[in-house]
Every structure is written in structure tokens, then in C-alpha cells.
Design a protein around this ligand. Structure first.
Ligand code: F6P
Length: 553
């Protein structure tokens, strides 16, 4: 494959094609070809995607598919699913998909079938969840565990936290699940204030078991237990670990018997499906967790088997490339019309931006185009009353993904209809807009006087032609959530494959971590190190004001 995709024939063809279609308005496209509503839609793993409100014509998709073929997306996909070492900088396979694959389908890595090991961890997870829910796992003083606290950050937090919240209507075990991630002491202390040591179980989740924030919070949680029980043996009943660094967990004081294994071939931001999802399983129970895995597997099978032109993750990825690289759209806004998915945009931020926010390709050569959109968003309808103004009338092009369920597990009167109506109407408004003539006519028919019309009409014009994808699901069940997450995982993969990136490393988080260690030593009285003038002044300010007991208030 040509490493620089921007010099490929399909890329050049897309550039010329862009010049032809960029001025077309979607209103006209719908008027001339109403059948695009069906032609540009897909169904997979229980999800329906309407991508007809995009600035595309059939030729656009053909050319984008040519691009995917030139980048050998299918070959790269098959290599990932087969366990090839595609994370080349860390020399690792990328096998989060194995975690949701049926145990009967062997998958050999380095001469060993990894499926029995996965099944064994899943069996232990189920055992723990059942023991907690059934009151068989007791705290050190014999009390039943009522509260589970997940301590982790990044991929060891965002996935399980998002999924537990998303599945609120499916919580079955009676266990309350909490999340502590930030090293800001307010996070842990706020959570602990509502809990009792005798009835609390901490799950320390860290793939490396070296992450500063998680270590600090885990240590503080341990001290909280020790202060209450006055006996180190209590830790065994109140702390478990999920990690690939079993020795470090043991040094911390968590026995291998209380440690759930993670594998090197599961990336942090792809780890929700492993024991990292234990807190979610604690909330929803083992069966619902298995359903979530099954939903993801259904999407994996679709991604693996559907031809590229019918492939939902591929379609989303190609549309993203179209806007990002050819229209110059900097960001992607994700708006679930589903309050249960309120943490979904934050989860996707790590998935997308940590995976594809890179400027060199797999071989370390500069990528000749921009990669990885800035992903942001919020829930509908709240976002409509916050940032939709910019989406409708601002000067930037911001493509959107809108998500909505057909049914609500907790209906109240006609509120779900109102929610769905808003979602569909926003997609329509973004697409069609409102011309100056239409605005004037509407104002006239409402009896507004002419002078006022001339003054206000320009402010009330909507250019439209703003693209959106609409993803519809029956109801947010564990199965649907699994499929939805896997859809975005594969979409991110396809984009990384087109740009020639390694989507599975994250060297960009290293430098800040390293410098924080140096600054911390200085803040705590260590020798001063050479910095730029601004950094040196800030360190000095913190030290002097803190010593003087003045935080600047
Ligand atoms: O922020 C960098 C990162 O390495 C993420 O990729 C990861 O999800 C997070 O830190 C937490 O890492 P760990 O699970 O090793 O504590």
C-alpha cells in the first residue's frame, strides 16, 4: 500500500469530486433524488443508520470506497481480528474483539488458544458478581457489601462509568456502583463521605498499575479502610484489582486470588469488555454483561463480513474522512437524544482522540493530511439550548452524529415522543435551513411590519446544508449498547487504517506525565529545575503562597 494516502489516485479523485459537489445543497439533492433516504441507509446488529443527510451523491460514496480499498481497510481489519501485531510501536496484537467472541471459536496467539483464558476470567467475574449480589461475599466485619467503588482513570474509568450509567434501567443486583478517577482529592472524599468501610468494596482498575492518579486514590482508599478496621487483613475483603501487572498489585497488598487479569493485547480505551467492566457487571449482573458482549460481537461480525458498501462502521468512517480531509471540518459533534448516554461523548473522546490524534504514520513518517477530529458533544435536547446556535448559524462546518431510541424504558406521558420529534427536527433543520425569502414570507404571514422584517430577517436565516448521521436503535438495552460501542470502535479503526496510523498506542500522554513528576518534586520542596520563565514563576508562586498559607483567595 502507498503509505501516503494523499498521493493515491482515489484521494486525488476525491479532491476534484469535492470541487464539484461542495456547492450543492442537500435540499436540492433531496428534491432531485428522494430515494437517497433509502439508498443512504443501513441496518446492522440492531442499529439503523440514516446517512442521507450528508453532502454526498452516489459517486461520492463510490470514490470513498475506492479510497478504503486502496488503503486495504479489509486487509488491515482481517489482520487485527486474526491477532497480528498491528500495534507495532508497542509490539502488541489488538484483540479486544476476542473478549466478545464465542468461547468455542478458538483464537491462537503465539501458539496458544486465548479463548479458554478469557472464559476463565469471565467465569470469575460472574462468580464475584453473584457472590456480591447474593450476599455471600462479606466485608471484614461480616457485613454485606452494598457499594462498589471503581478506582481507575482513562480507559479504566470512562468505559465502565459510561456503560453503568447508560444501563441504569437494567441495574438488577441492588449494588450501588461509584466511580473515582481524578487525583483531585475532592473526587474520592466526596464519594467516601456517602459510604461505610464495612459495606464497601473497591475495585482498583489499572492495566499498568503504575498510573499516578489511580495509585494515589487506591492508597487513600486503603488508608480509609485501615483507619476504620485497624487491621491490614481487612484489605483482602474490601479491595480487588484488575490489571495486567499482577506483581505490582500484589506489592500494593492485593492478593493474586483477588486480582483479575487483563491482557497486553487489550488497549486501555478498548478494555470495557474485559474485567475492566467488572463494576458494570456488578450493577447489571452477569447475564446483562454477557448480552453487552453479544451486541458487540454482532457488530464485529457485521464489520468482518458485510461488503464495504454495506458496512456501517466503514460508512461512518468514510463520511468522517470526507468532512475532515476534504471540507476541512475540524470537529465531530455527537449528540445522543438519550439521557442514559450522557457520558457517551466523553467516552468517545478518549476512543477517537487518543487513537487517531496523531501526526506520524505507523513507520514514523509525517502524515500529509490532518487526522482525528476534535470530538465533542452533549445530550439532546439540552444541547439545543446550549451550543446548537453555532451549529445552525455559526461559520464553521460541524458534522453531527445524532442517536435516538425508539422506546424509552421509563416512559412518562408523551415525553419520549417530544424527545424524538426534537431529534428528527434538528436533523431536518440542519439540512434544509431557511432562506431569506422563506424567512421574510414567514414573518409577513405572522403580521410583522416591513421595517422590522428587513432588520431581523438576516438574523433569522439558516444556511442549512449542515450534515448529520442519525443512528436509531429500538431501546438502549445491554445488547444495543454493546453494538453501539463496537460500531464506534471499528469506525475509529477504519479511519486510522486510511490515514496509515497506529491507532493503538498513546505516546502523546507521556511528556505531560513525565514533567508532572519533576514539577511535583519541586512543589514539595525539592531542588528547583531549569524551566521556562512562566513555568518557573508558577512553581515559585505555588510554593511561596502555600508556605504563607495563602491560596490566593
Ligand atoms: O492516559 C493514558 C492512559 O495510558 C490511557 O490510555 C489509559 O486508559 C489510562 O492512561 C489508564 O491507564 P492504566 O489502566 O494503566 O491505569
Amino acid at each position: 500500500m502507498n503509505h501516503d494516502i494523499t498521493t493515491s489516485a482515489p484521494w486525488r479523485a476525491l479532491s476534484s469530486h469535492h470541487a464539484q459537489v461542495a456547492t450543492l445543497h442537500m435540499r436540492e439533492l433531496f428534491r432531485n433524488s428522494p430515494e437517497r433516504a433509502i439508498a443512504f441507509s443501513l441496518e446492522a446488529a440492531g442499529l439503523f443508520l440514516d446517512y442521507s443527510k450528508n453532502r454526498i451523491v452516489p459517486e461520492t460514496m463510490q470514490r470513498l470506497l475506492d479510497l478504503a480499498r486502496t488503503a486495504d481497510v479489509e486487509g488491515q481489519r482481517d489482520a487485527m481480528l486474526a491477532g497480528a501485531i498491528i500495534n507495532n510501536t508497542e509490539r502488541r496484537a489488538v484483540l479486544h474483539t476476542a473478549l466478545r467472541r464465542p468461547a468455542s471459536q478458538a483464537l491462537v496467539l503465539d501458539g496458544t488458544n486465548i479463548m479458554p483464558g478469557i472464559a476463565e476470567v469471565q467465569r470469575r467475574m460472574r462468580g464475584l458478581v453473584d457472590a456480591l449480589a447474593g450476599g455471600h461475599w462479606r466485608g471484614y466485619s461480616g457485613q454485606r457489601i452494598t457499594d462498589v467503588v471503581n478506582i481507575g482513570i482513562g480507559g479504566s474509568h470512562l468505559g465502565p462509568c459510561m456503560a453503568t450509567d447508560a444501563l441504569r434501567a437494567h441495574h438488577r443486583t441492588g449494588l450501588r456502583v461509584h466511580y473515582v478517577s481524578n487525583v483531585d482529592p475532592g473526587d474520592l472524599s466526596h464519594t467516601l463521605a456517602t459510604l461505610h468501610p464495612e459495606s464497601t468494596l473497591f475495585i482498583v482498575v489499572s492495566k499498568t498499575f503504575t498510573t499516578q492518579e489511580t495509585s494515589a486514590n487506591a492508597q487513600a482508599a486503603r488508608n480509609w479502610l485501615l483507619q476504620s478496621f485497624g487491621d491490614g487483613r481487612a484489605v483482602a475483603s474490601h479491595m480487588i484489582a484488575v490489571t495486567s501487572n499482577v506483581e505490582a498489585a500484589q506489592r500494593f497488598g492485593i492478593e493474586p486470588a483477588n486480582t483479575f487479569e487483563m491482557w497486553e493485547w487489550v488497549g486501555g480505551r478498548y478494555s470495557l469488555w474485559s474485567a475492566v467492566g467488572l463494576s458494570t457487571a456488578c450493577a447489571v449482573g452477569g447475564d446483562a454483561f454477557a448480552e453487552m458482549l453479544a451486541g458487540a460481537y454482532a457488530m464485529d461480525s457485521h464489520f468482518q463480513q458485510a461488503p464495504l458498501e454495506m458496512n456501517m462502521p466503514v460508512a461512518l468512517a468514510l463520511l468522517g474522512v470526507w468532512y475532515h480531509n476534504f471540507f476541512g471540518a475540524e470537529s465531530l459533534c455527537v449528540v445522543p437524544y438519550d439521557e442514559s448516554l450522557r457520558h457517551f461523548p466523553a467516552y468517545l473522546q478518549q476512543l477517537d482522540m487518543e487513537s487517531n490524534g496523531k501526526r506520524v504514520d505507523r513507520a514514523g513518517r509525517p502524515v500529509q493530511t490532518s487526522t482525528g477530529p476534535v470530538l465533542w458533544g452533549g445530550t439532546g435536547t439540552n444541547s439545543q439550548h446550549a451550543f446548537f446556535q453555532l451549529l445552525h448559524q455559526g461559520g464553521r462546518l460541524v458534522p453531527l452524529d445524532l442517536l435516538v431510541g425508539l422506546r424509552n424504558p421509563r416512559p412518562i406521558a408523551d415525553q419520549h415522543d417530544i424527545l424524538v420529534a426534537n431529534c428528527i427536527a434538528q436533523a431536518e433543520a440542519l439540512m434544509r435551513g431557511r432562506t431569506l425569502d422563506e424567512t421574510r414570507r414567514e414573518m409577513r404571514s405572522s403580521g410583522v411590519e416591513e421595517g422590522r422584517i428587513e432588520q431581523l430577517a438576516p438574523h433569522r436565516v439558516f444556511p442549512g446544508n449542515r450534515p448529520s448521521n442519525l443512528i436509531v436503535y429500538p431501546e438502549l438495552t445491554p445488547r444495543v449498547l454493546g453494538a453501539l460501542i463496537a460500531l464506534y470502535e471499528h469506525k475509529v479503526f477504519v479511519q486510522g487504517a486510511i490515514w496509515g496510523l497506529n491507532s493503538f498506542d498513546q505516546w502523546g500522554v507521556e511528556l505531560g506525565k513525565q514533567l508532572a513528576g519533576t514539577v511535583l518534586r519541586e512543589l514539595q520542596g525539592g531542588a528547583q529545575v531549569e524551566h521556562d520563565a512562566s513555568t518557573a514563576a508558577l512553581v515559585a508562586l505555588y510554593r511561596s503562597r502555600r508556605e504563607a498559607g495563602d491560596a490566593g483567595d
